[in-house]
Design a protein. Structure first.
Length: 221
């Protein structure tokens, strides 16, 4: 990672209220190089430029950290290239993170990344969230479930709900159509006892338009 790119990540994270140590910046740089290298051999992400990867894949998940507890269990559903689970783990090592991905090649990448980054308290599993019965190694419930580019909000809530108990949070990252997605999801939110805990607008450096971090909290019946 170029010095100016490292500085971009560090300073932009600070603007989100996240201070990254030198060790964390080193881990992000290593993650970026491996992600870029693997992506040339297999389709992990449609993003091919390193600077764009820094902004949209490494920096974007960090916007959530000021709104989360300092520790807890995290399930990243449809993890793909490890986003947002790996950046959240690097920035907050106290999290216990499980990455769930249905494609075997991507799971191989995730396991390789965990090993090369020397991370503890994080595992990658192959499977589909809809088939919870086939995933005995996962925890019964998680404090936080993350879903980024998984599905429209209505479907995302249905997929993620079985892994959440009252008090747990569902984190989704959305674009400008968020209000319509919320409107379309009102019925399932009511049925599954979710309420909007926070809706945070933000912008990423060098990109147009607003993005939103939407945090849903599961309530008691």
């Amino acid at each position: 990672m170029k010095i100016e790119d490292l500085q971009l990540l560090k300073e932009s994270a600070q603007e989100f209220g996240v201070k990254l140590s030198e060790k964390q910046l080193y881990l992000f740089a290593l993650f970026l190089e491996e992600l870029w290298s693997w992506n040339r051999r297999m389709n992990l992400t449609g993003i091919s430029e390193k600077r764009e990867m820094i902004i949209k894949l490494l920096l974007d998940p960090l916007v959530a950290l000021p709104y989360l507890s300092s520790s807890g269990t995290v399930l990243d559903i449809g993890s793909g290239a490890g986003i947002p689970g790996l950046p959240l783990k690097i920035a907050r090592p106290e999290f216990e993170v499980h990455l769930l991905e249905s494609k075997a090649k991507k799971v191989s990448f995730l396991k390789d990344m965990i090993r090369k980054l020397g991370l503890k308290g994080i595992e990658a599993y192959k499977g589909r969230a809809e088939k919870k019965v086939d995933l005995p190694k996962l925890l019964h419930f998680y404090d936080i479930v993350t879903a980024r580019a998984l599905a429209p909000l209505k479907k995302t809530i249905g997929i993620c709900s079985p892994y959440l108990e009252p008090g747990s949070l569902l984190l989704t990252f959305k674009g400008p159509r968020i209000d319509q997605e919320i409107e379309d999801s009102k019925r399932i939110m009511e049925e599954l006892n979710f309420r909007i805990s926070n809706k945070i607008p933000y912008s990423l450096p060098g990109t147009e338009g607003k993005r939103y971090l939407l945090i849903l909290k599961k309530e008691r019946t």
